[in-house]
Design a protein around this ligand. Sequence first.
Ligand SMILES: O=C(O)CCC(=O)C(=O)O
Length: 263
Amino acid sequence: MSAEHLHAQFIRDGHCCIEGVIGPDEIGAIRENVARDVREHSILPPPQGYVPGFLRFNQALAPYLASPKLMEVVETLFGPHSRISMVTGSINGPGIPRGDLHADWPFNQKNASHIPAPYPDAPMHVLTMWMLTDFTHDNGATIIIPGSHRLSDHPRKGGEIDPRQPYPGEQRLLGKAGSVAMLDTRMWHAIAPNVTSEDRVAVIVRYAPWWLNLDPLRPGTVDRADIVEANNGVESPVPPLPREVFDRLPAEVKPLLHYSVEQ
Ligand SMILES: O=C(O)CCC(=O)C(=O)O
């Protein structure tokens, strides 16, 4: 599918999927390499593996992070000078239960730093799901509600829509290993149960326009202290990128992460 078609689908449905970003010859080794480091550095216990700032520990995806088609869609949405805002290593292991439906930062109203609902109808942040195993119904392909990105709020506890319940029309983010799904972070989504005996392995990379203030995510900044820490916020931290990791990144990826290099 062309970048133009992917962009059109993203605008209409809130998501699209680029197939074959990582080729069949590379995917097996990358999956093993990523899974090992997610297990080693996870801040959550099994069946989940969750590593914020994953690029500090593992650069297996670095050659792909500025893939031309992906960047074409990101730049059509945000213009030039976009950034990678978060890189999270993720394993959803056997037995993981269904999660709550939610929108992601900066639209998630549970975060201390959020755009208050009713939020505007504009894409401002993209979640990309780098599928390192196939994403199937049984292994917990993410639950998504296509079209919900056009709504100005998301389900949450005590509200009209119970975030714990299945929602009419919900679908799954299915895809082959090596694919990269793109989601508008306003789109309602949830963790799905993994009922297989194998881990679902992924890296979640988020892309933001230069004008979105990422400091509330970044420990050590004034905005993190004043907006998040002072209010017991739940935002995942995005630690700075060590200079030696940045120096080894491919030239086309450096502009996406330059802002985040350790001072
Ligand atoms: O792991 C998944 O399938 C969903 C992850 C998710 O909900 C999130 O990162 O906000």
